[in-house]
Design a protein around this ligand. Structure first.
Ligand code: GDP
Length: 196
């Protein structure tokens, strides 16, 4: 599996403005600063297709990237940026909900979780919400090259916490945008899922 082409196509505030047509899409989402832009750039092997922003939570639009002229990688606004007003946050959550509940082209949510911190309520809440709504998803742990991630205790704790709610775990990936660990596994997953 390979990504031979990638290009930014458009940004949208609302799902009903997103591209028409039946191209499948994989949605990348996670807490602000989780390493989403870095992971996307690592996957497509470009320095700045996705913009790493110094101001977490600044990008409130859904960005569409066309991959291999055949499917979309969608880059969703990060959630859980504490400094944002409650009102704006509620709006984000509306948009996010709208996207996952109504975007029929959405094949799988790629939920990014930082492997350097213990399980965070906001990540668990979001994942549990996806599970309750029956939205297909996988978990992509980020920044595994960092010291705090090395023994994977946070990853194990996260899995154990999920198993308190759910019988099975979703597919889990361990990635680093720095070492490119996990890239092949993720690309294989995307490829296999597209062929199903
Ligand atoms: P986003 O807000 O989720 O798009 O996160 P960014 O991709 O902008 O990354 C947030 C911060 O984490 C930046 O300082 C990145 O350099 C850093 N970062 C992202 N991915 C990795 C990684 O895999 N390893 C390490 N060590 N740092 C990372």
């Amino acid at each position: 599996p390979a990504i031979v082409s990638s290009k930014f196509t458009s940004s949208h505030a609302r799902v009903n403005q997103a591209p028409a047509g039946k191209r499948p899409e994989f949605a990348f989402i996670g807490r602000s600063n989780v390493g989403k832009s870095s992971l996307i750039n690592m996957l497509v092997q470009r320095k700045e297709l996705a913009h790493t922003s110094g101001t977490p939570g600044k990008t409130q639009l859904i960005n569409y990237y066309l991959i291999n002229e055949s499917w979309y990688l969608t880059d969703l606004p990060g959630y859980g940026y504490a400094k944002r007003s409650l009102k704006t946050r509620a709006k984000w959550e509306d948009r996010t909900e709208e996207y996952f509940l109504h975007r029929s082209q959405m094949v799988c949510a790629m939920v990014l979780v930082d492997s350097n911190v213990p399980p965070q309520t906001i990540d668990l809440d979001f994942i549990n919400w996806l599970g309750e709504k029956g939205v297909p998803f996988v978990i992509v742990f980020t920044k595994t090259d960092r010291k705090k991630a090395r023994d994977l205790a946070n990853v194990e704790a996260f899995k154990q916490t999920l198993l308190e709610y759910w019988e099975d775990l979703p597919p889990v990936f361990l990635t680093s945008a720095v070492t490119t660990d996990g890239r092949d596994e993720l690309l294989t997953f995307l490829d296999t899922t597209l062929k199903e």
